[in-house]
Design a protein around this ligand. Structure first.
Ligand code: C2E
Ligand code: CA
Ligand code: CA
Length: 246
């Protein structure tokens, strides 16, 4: 069923030159009556009902299949793909095994797969999350901390997680040029990332101005409407060919 009603969109993650380095997979629901439904309207319900486990497994498989297809073309072979993981998914006892199986079946380079987790997911059961993350890390999988700055931000556990990237939440990016408070938070996140040797990406970058502010603060990778909206696979691939190879 997922293959008929659900579809993955892909949003570019770019460097300062606008070169596409990666994508984030974002689910859309093509509802037979309601048309395209955004995840804000169904992900939390899917979490509550537990349906997010099946949905998340489908997203992960689909995403890895895309990475496998990208690996066959030189223009897309280096692209990383970020996939959102929900707390219910990570909490499953079989999660590591599931990911391992998908990696084997699709034959992808695990280093190109970035799992996006959030602070709240980790806080609920820190030891379990850490153990699973290390097991996945040993397979080569990377981790990005999504919505960073909005959650608990306990610095002591942050240090214990095998993270590769912090993703500055879009709420801090939004008023960057106007609001000194947000500026201070973004600066702090970037410093933290540097001190913990983590990459930094900013999400929700909508204007050139936001991009300039972020660059000046030392954030050099961006995701947002200014660089590209989430797109169906073929359109995203076309934008990679155009932007990276013109
Ligand atoms: P998120 O992971 O924080 O994803 C970023 C959201 O910001 C996406 O909304 C994206 O379309 C939107 N966005 C990107 N650039 C901009 C921008 O410049 N301005 C603004 N205003 N928004 C921007 P989307 O696709 O509606 O997804 C909403 C949330 O649903 C995601 O937030 C994520 O938490 C969840 N989600 C999406 N796909 C999946 C999935 O496959 N699995 C799970 N578990 N959750 C998903
Ligand atoms: Ca995300
Ligand atoms: Ca986010």
């Amino acid at each position: 069923k997922p293959d008929y009603e659900f579809v993955l969109f892909y949003q570019a993650q770019v460097n300062g030159d606008g070169q596409i380095l990666a994508a984030e997979a974002l689910i859309r629901w093509n509802h037979p009556q309601r048309g395209r439904v955004n995840p804000a309207e169904f992900i939390s319900l899917a979490e509550e009902t537990g349906m997010v486990i099946a949905l998340g497994a489908w997203v992960l498989r689909k995403g890895c299949e895309t990475l496998a297809a990208w690996a066959k073309q030189p223009e897309t072979a280096q692209l990383k793909l970020a996939v959102n993981v929900s707390s219910r998914q990570l909490a499953q006892e079989s999660f590591v095994e599931q990911v391992k199986e998908i990696l084997i079946q699709t034959g992808i380079n695990a280093q190109l797969l970035k799992l996006e987790i959030t602070e709240s997911m980790v806080v609920n059961n820190v030891d379990d999350a850490i153990a699973k993350m290390y097991a996945l890390k040993a397979l080569g999988v990377r981790f990005s901390m999504d919505d960073f700055g909005t959650g608990y931000s306990s610095l002591s556990y942050l240090q214990k997680l095998p993270l590769d990237q912090l993703k500055i939440d879009q709420s801090f990016v939004r008023n960057l040029s106007l609001d000194n408070h947000d500026l201070a938070i973004v600066k702090t996140i970037i410093n933290l990332g540097e001190n913990l040797a983590l990459n930094i990406i900013a999400e929700g970058v909508e204007t050139q101005k936001e991009c300039e502010y972020l660059s000046n603060l030392g954030c050099l990778v961006f995701q947002g409407y200014f660089f590209g909206r989430p797109l169906p696979l073929e359109e995203f691939e076309r934008s990679v060919f155009e932007k990276n190879y013109k």
